[in-house]
Write a protein that binds this ligand. Structure first.
Ligand code: URA
Length: 222
């Protein structure tokens, strides 16, 4: 692709992502729409190398329509900066796009509806090198309900040809010192991978099969 075709493709991509965001803001596919001020589609470049997925918008996000701008977002900003990432280079979003009342955990049906309707198409469109799953809700909804974050954080997992990276949710890291320490280490592994293995969207062919827990930074095919 020459430079002009490249720019055209990027513009089309951006337009499709914007269309998706518009449809998310109008969505009424589950009951959560009744409680929202704003649906939070997510934000970031259409060709982000990393998509980072949280659980659900909180109060600040609901008020503004922007992801990760509350206390957990501030923690995330510091975490990203500490590991050489720029927030504006990642696509930040959540499993569900509307704030559940009282910040409760989204129900299984809400998660399924929202992920199938919006999160999966967003990931397909952006086609990131790594999708970072922050916290139990994202990991169990997109990978496997039996994976405990305390065992599997810092592990890359390959599913349907996509690479996922498991870590704590920033809100948990704010509350629990052990999770804060773990998430720092996880992000240093993520930074290493993005630096050392750019442009890859699948498992390296020569990567040995690794046991999940305890082998941080390794890729496991599933
Ligand atoms: N937590 C999330 O999972 N997403 C946000 O946007 C904010 C907090």
């Amino acid at each position: 692709m020459n430079r002009r075709e490249d720019a055209n493709a990027r513009r089309q991509h951006q337009a499709r992502l914007r269309e998706l965001a518009g449809a998310i803001r109008r969505c009424r596919q589950c009951g959560l729409f009744r409680h929202r001020l704003h649906a939070v589609a997510g934000e970031g470049p259409p060709d982000a190398r990393i998509v980072l997925v949280g659980e659900a918008p909180g109060a600040g996000e609901d008020r503004t329509g922007r992801p990760f701008i509350g206390p957990a977002g501030k923690f995330l900003d510091r975490l990203l900066a500490a590991h050489g990432f720029r927030r504006q280079d990642l696509f930040l979003t959540s499993c569900v796009k509307c704030r559940p009342p009282g910040n409760r955990t989204p129900h299984r049906a809400e998660l399924q509806t929202c992920i199938n309707a919006w999160l999966r198409p967003q990931i397909e469109l952006i086609d990131p090198e790594v999708t970072v799953l922050c916290g139990r809700t994202a990991v169990s909804a997109l990978l496997d309900r039996s994976l405990r974050i305390s065992d599997y954080h810092g592990v890359f997992r390959c599913r349907d040809g996509r690479i996922f990276f498991i870590t704590y949710h920033p809100a948990a890291a704010m509350r629990f010192p052990a999770a804060a320490e773990a998430i720092q280490h996880d992000f240093s592994l993520l930074a290493d991978r993005m630096r050392n293995w750019p442009g890859h969207r699948s498992m390296p062919p020569d990567e040995p099969e690794q046991p999940g827990p305890g082998r941080r930074g390794t890729v496991k095919n599933h």
